[in-house]
Design a protein around this ligand. Structure first.
Ligand code: NCD
Length: 317
């Protein structure tokens, strides 16, 4: 096929490395798969006789389920490996683990790993496409692709000039970095908002505004992406370290209905999950008509189908 459009990369290691055209292509394909998912028969044969290994070296519920469903909806054969709690580390052991799995004729690897860079390392060692399902505090590209897809569905296809705020624990969030990179590629204005201690210093170099005032940010934004406080990544066995108490965090940065309604329009509310109800967002906000949190989950399957399908079709130029 001469007119088959393909991604510029053989693997999805991060949003860094993708082009605007790649994102548009993934979103256009995801839209078709979203239609498939709303049909009575939700399955297509696109990945028949194709085997995908899901390697999760870190805990996950929805991302893992979402990938597995996406693979099954595409008729792929699926094998799952979970190393949560084991002593598997980056290096020879990771390559050995993966090579063993590949020896069983696996065609693609979806991996979540606590070490940033583990996916790049692996991609240099094995020949099959690798999909990054989260690498430590670094990137979570499919989350950003589904978030931007959801924004396009909610705000219109053209995100150019739209004001999108990412609120909360930017420092420990892989969702934040991938979202920033994807939103900038799509031309959106991006602002991060949170306590000074949870915003890394390099934000300016990404072309992102920084704010410590949630009320002002709500008035500025077309959409707010509320992030979880990642206590498990803050060291000290999951205790609060970067602000005095969770209660104080919630008072300054928790999204309530009262705060949300200060805006003169319906601001879209997003959250990648898992939600800490009553911390970064109240139950009332999480369940209100402006929240598209469950749409994000639905779109996650369609976007992951698109990524898996496009990578399975990738041929070197
Ligand atoms: C995110 C993650 O794991 O990075 N969740 C997800 O993928 N659905 C965000 C989080 O853990 O807060």
């Amino acid at each position: 096929m001469t007119d088959f459009k393909q991604l510029s990369q053989p693997s999805l290691l991060g949003i860094r490395g993708l082009t605007r055209g790649d994102i548009d292509l993934i979103h256009a394909t995801a839209k078709e798969f979203k239609d498939v998912l709303n049909r009575p028969i939700k399955k297509v044969p696109s990945l028949r006789d194709f085997t995908v290994a899901n390697l999760f070296f870190e805990d996950s519920t929805r991302t893992r389920l979402s990938f597995e469903l996406a693979e099954k909806r595409l008729s792929a054969d699926v094998v799952n490996f979970s190393a949560a709690g084991s002593s598997v580390k980056k290096g020879e052991t990771l390559v050995d683990t993966v090579n063993n799995i590949l020896a069983m004729k696996v065609d693609m690897v979806v991996m979540r790993h606590p070490h940033p860079g583990a996916h790049h390392f692996l991609a240099s060692k094995v020949k099959v496409p690798i999909v990054n399902a989260g690498d430590g505090t670094h990137e979570h590209p499919t989350q950003a692709l589904l978030d931007t897809f959801s924004l396009r569905e909610a705000l219109g296809h053209d995100l150019n000039g739209k004001n999108i705020a990412i609120v909360g624990d930017i420092k420990h969030s892989r969702v934040a970095l991938s979202n920033i990179l994807a939103l900038k590629l799509l031309g959106a204005n991006v602002r991060v908002c949170g306590p000074q201690t949870l915003i890394p210093k390099h934000m300016d170099s990404l072309g992102v505004e920084v704010s410590h005032d949630l009320d002002d940010t709500i008035r500025w934004a077309d959409a707010l992406n509320m992030l979880r406080i990642q206590l498990e990544r803050q060291g000290d066995g999951g205790s609060v370290r970067f602000f005095p108490t969770l209660r104080e965090y919630t008072m300054r940065f928790g999204l309530t209905m009262e705060r949300l309604t200060q805006a003169d329009r319906d601001v879209v509310v997003m959250h990648p999950g898992p939600i800490n109800r009553g911390v970064e967002i109240t139950s009332e906000v999480a369940d209100c008509h402006q929240a598209i949190i469950l749409d994000q989950v639905e779109h996650g399957v369609a976007v992951r189908m698109a990524v898996l399908y496009m990578l399975s079709q990738h041929r070197p130029d």
